[in-house]
Design a protein. Structure first.
Length: 391
């Protein structure tokens, strides 16, 4: 069932879009329709200038891989081989010829770089990328679970489910299934994981999902009855929304659990739309508490939500009226990127890496510039929305 946005919200979005566009400086950094600025390319070129040595770009970790996957999307559009070679050299610094990865697979976070293994295998045909991807895939067979089957966020996070983990692991899994003919397992597992997480974290009243769940209920952030954390953290919702889109892109139309996964996405899109800041088009660090003076508009999650809502509307998962929400979000995100005096891009107001915590903890997170969480999210979003009216 499509969830049409109430007419009053649609009118508010249209007014907000007009006001935001009218108040924005007439420079390319905040104009989504300026044909002369390729912000994806500018961002990638700036990042590669700042980090010229791919072997020193960092460890086998999700922020680096998240950014590099966005860079791969820019490569696919532009054909700039230097972008692909940089990705290959980073991966090669961590994967040997036998497909051994120089990091443990004891957290869902370390699964996300597997997406780069898949694209490199498709681009080069080199066996080591398949062998390394196989290692990640096989890890799911022994990876620890809650009693109802949910993957722990990490072996060090005993019995905990974090929304973040769904994007860290499930897009890789369904893409692996598609590339290596393992869809029967991959699709079932991904759908089940998304729904297990939703069963513990979804708030029926808002359609939003709490950041984390502790099966044992022993964490200081765990509600004594529900065992979930107390807040709707913006980027956790962003990770989960993008995971829903990635899985639905591959999950067969006749899969028995597809309607359930789709319903979760529809509720999330409706909820996010209700909490979009009408003044900026962005979303707040703690999504449902924009009225707090200490709360602030966060760029990485706003990119993620813009992407999720746009893709949901484009793919017919929700009503077309949600394009207005995505376009307003896009305009807001573009207000956060600019060119510095050095000619390089600067993307601001990105929350630093964040664990599960209290309201005060989330609100006090540092607002970083050019943080990889935000750069990757921006690229993934911008490769869909740039240079168009978003439809």
């Amino acid at each position: 069932m499509l969830l049409p946005k109430p007419a009053t919200i649609a009118v508010e979005r249209l007014i907000a879009w007009s006001l935001l566009a009218a108040s924005a400086p007439s420079i390319a950094s905040v104009d989504p329709h300026c044909p002369s600025t390729d912000w994806s390319k500018a961002l990638v070129d700036s990042t590669l200038q700042r980090f010229s040595d791919p072997t020193a770009f960092g460890s086998w970790a999700y922020p680096q891989a998240h950014y590099l996957y966005g860079q791969y999307l820019v490569f696919k559009r532009t054909g700039d081989e230097s972008y692909l070679q940089y990705i290959k050299q980073w991966v090669d610094a961590h994967v040997d010829e036998s497909g051994n990865i120089d990091a443990s697979l004891n957290s869902l976070d370390n699964m996300l770089p597997g997406n780069l293994l898949l694209v490199l295998y498709q681009e080069t045909g080199e066996l080591k990328y398949q062998l390394a991807a196989n290692r990640i895939r096989r890890r799911f067979d022994t990876y620890p679970r809650t009693q109802d089957g949910g993957f722990w966020h990490a072996t060090s996070r005993v019995s905990q489910l974090w929304l973040d983990g769904m994007y860290m692991s499930m897009p890789f899994l369904v893409r692996y299934g598609q590339v290596f003919d393992d869809g029967a397992y991959a699709n079932d597992e991904a759908a089940n994981q998304l729904l297990i997480y939703a069963s513990h974290l979804e708030d029926a009243a808002t359609g939003l999902l709490y950041h984390a769940y502790d099966e044992q209920g022993v964490q200081d952030w765990a509600d004594p009855v529900t065992h979930h954390s107390p807040e709707f953290w913006c980027r956790a919702l962003g990770w989960y929304g993008m995971a829903l889109i990635a899985v639905l892109d591959i999950l067969p139309e006749d899969h028995e659990r597809r309607p359930e996964v789709l319903a979760v996405l529809q509720s999330l899109v409706s909820g996010l739309s209700s909490y979009q800041d009408p003044q900026t088009g962005l979303w707040f660090q703690v999504v449902d508490k924009g009225y707090l003076t200490a709360n602030w508009n966060e760029t990485s999650c706003s990119s993620m939500h813009t992407y999720t809502i746009y893709m949901a509307a484009r793919n017919g998962y929700v009503d077309e009226s949600y394009f207005d929400v995505a376009l307003l979000g896009y305009q807001g995100v573009l207000s956060k990127i600019s060119l510095g005096a050095d000619g390089l891009t600067y993307l601001i107001d990105i929350s630093e890496g964040t664990n599960v915590g209290s309201l005060d903890y989330y609100l006090a997170r540092h607002r970083n510039v050019n943080d990889l969480h935000g750069l990757g999210a921006f690229l993934i979003m911008n490769e869909q929305l740039q240079g168009s009216q978003g439809r």
